[in-house]
Design a protein around this ligand. Structure first.
Ligand code: C2E
Ligand code: MG
Ligand code: MG
Ligand code: MG
Length: 284
């Protein structure tokens, strides 16, 4: 049912339709309304430390709980939000919401998990990220060490010098930085050399056939070794089998994230999972 809804929605938001002036105004107005009415929600996907098997963090992934269309996935509205610039207020909401929710988890007696948010290229170009993050951290009281910013190579491609300065400032505060979808861009190697990063996220396209395709296995091994030589931690995305975990662990990959452990979950379900994980650890 969710799938069918997703497909209908995709058709409703067909780019061809959006190019008609009317369709464009409609989706833009809908996104503005969504912001005003708090229709956005964050799902959390756990990140697992492969050395301890414990949940050590989560990636916050936006969902749109549309009043008539149901749950809308990011790829069905974020590209349009990027085009119109609406991504800026939307993503500011994402960072603030993630920090505020993560701050509250401690009150539940949960371990101080890391929370990762995805940044948009448009947002990075148009906003002083340091001031924004400072403001959000001050308002929410989240320990900066618990916040991670996920950047794509598209962000690093533009204004490299300005971005480097901002990343340095953010890392001074204890905020960590990761490169998302690592290996899919044009100059991944140049980016890890140039930018101050704490973690690289191996793109799921290399993980998917890790156990059957020797080329993918070689690439994953190379990325893990590269990270380690540079003192950067590595996390594998899209992990959906125990065999993949075994290989990743053997290569020394620190962390993993994927459907094998959990799909992105509504916050209550995510917290229940963390609570169960903490209970297992206590009884071990
Ligand atoms: P991403 O940052 O690379 O996020 C990972 C995507 O892979 C998520 O899709 C997640 O649900 C999916 N995934 C995780 N594990 C598995 C797995 O084992 N198998 C498979 N097949 N997929 C898996 P999602 O939530 O649909 O997000 C898609 C993309 O939308 C994200 O890719 C990210 O680039 C963007 N995005 C999501 N939330 C935000 C946000 O708040 N702000 C911005 N700027 N972008 C966002
Ligand atoms: Mg991401
Ligand atoms: Mg990714
Ligand atoms: Mg991706």
């Amino acid at each position: 049912r969710a799938k069918a809804e997703g497909r209908n929605l995709y058709r409703a938001f067909d780019p061809a339709m959006m190019s008609s002036a009317r369709g464009e105004i409609t989706l833009e107005a809908e996104l503005r309304r969504a912001l005003a009415n708090q229709e956005f929600e964050l799902f959390y996907q756990p990140q697992i430390d492969l050395r301890t098997n414990r949940i050590v963090g989560a990636e916050a992934l936006i969902r749109w709980r549309h009043p008539t269309r149901g749950l809308v996935r990011p790829l069905d509205f974020l590209p349009f939000a990027e085009e119109t610039g609406l991504i800026i207020p939307i993503n500011e909401w994402v960072i603030a919401q993630a920090c505020s929710e993560a701050r509250g988890w401690c009150a539940h007696g949960l371990p101080p998990l890391r929370v990762a948010v995805n940044l948009s290229p448009v947002q990075f170009r148009n906003r002083n990220m340091v001031a924004l993050v400072d403001d959000i951290l001050a308002r929410t009281g989240l320990d900066p060490k618990r916040l991670e910013l996920e950047l794509t190579e598209t962000i690093l491609m533009h204004d490299a010098d300005a971005v480097t300065i901002e990343l340095r400032e953010l890392r001074k505060r204890g905020v960590s930085v990761s490169i998302d979808d690592f290996g899919t861009g044009y100059s991944s190697l140049a980016y890890v050399k140039k930018f101050p990063v704490d973690r690289i996220k191996i793109d799921q396209s290399f993980v998917r056939n890790l156990t059957s395709d020797p080329n993918d296995a070689a690439i994953v091994r190379a990325i893990v070794n590269l990270g380690h030589s540079l003192g950067i931690d590595v996390i594998a995305e899209g992990v959906d089998s125990a065999d993949q975990v075994e290989m990743l662990r053997a290569e020394g990959c620190e962390e993993a994230q994927g459907f094998l452990f959990a799909k992105p979950l509504p916050v209550e379900e995510f917290l229940a999972l963390v609570q169960a994980d903490a209970a297992v650890a206590r009884s071990a």
